[in-house]
Design a protein around this ligand. Structure first.
Ligand code: HEC
Length: 130
């Protein structure tokens, strides 16, 4: 038992860039840290359809983290997203940006971010938009 704990401790330390955090759970250390500044730059890729404060082809984004999916009153969502029952948090946004149509079949958003780090960075930028 002791040895198992030691081994998983090593795995956790290997994953965390800044060193080993004593007492951190493995789930916490494996979650990618998002960089909101890098996310702001990556967000340029979203601005073809979205903006922070105005609806465009896609709905506005300020306050999206913590919001129910499809809940901006003056934006015309697909019925699929409106009725998805999702709430946007880090986990649902990560799945959404990985593949919107896999998470919500019938959605009208098709844009994806393939790199997990890119998704984490954009999500942390979205979370900073209060
Ligand atoms: C080509 C256009 C396009 C691009 C690019 C795009 N989106 Fe979207 N997005 C949409 C559309 C259209 C919807 C509405 C989907 C629906 O109603 O099914 C949407 C919806 C969303 C929603 C749901 C919001 C809500 O109020 O429920 C989020 C979150 C989102 N987009 C994030 C992003 C992010 C982050 C990016 C960039 C990484 C991005 N989108 C890039 C078109 C786009």
């Amino acid at each position: 038992m002791k040895r198992d704990a030691f081994v998983s401790g090593v795995v956790a330390c290997a994953i965390v860039a800044g060193g080993c955090v004593a007492g951190a759970t493995l789930a916490a250390v494996t979650a990618l840290q998002g960089d909101p500044n890098r996310g702001r730059t990556l967000y340029q890729g979203c601005t073809g359809c979205h903006s922070v404060d105005d609806n465009d082809l896609g709905p506005r984004h300020r306050g999206v983290v913590g919001r129910r999916a499809g809940s901006i009153q003056d934006y015309s969502y697909s019925p699929a997203l409106k009725n998805s029952g999702l709430t946007w948090d880090e986990a649902t946004l990560d799945r959404w940006l990985t593949n919107p149509t896999a998470l919500v079949p019938g959605t009208k958003m098709f844009f994806k971010l393939d790199a997990a780090q890119d998704r984490a960075d954009v999500i942390s930028y979205l979370a900073s938009l209060k």
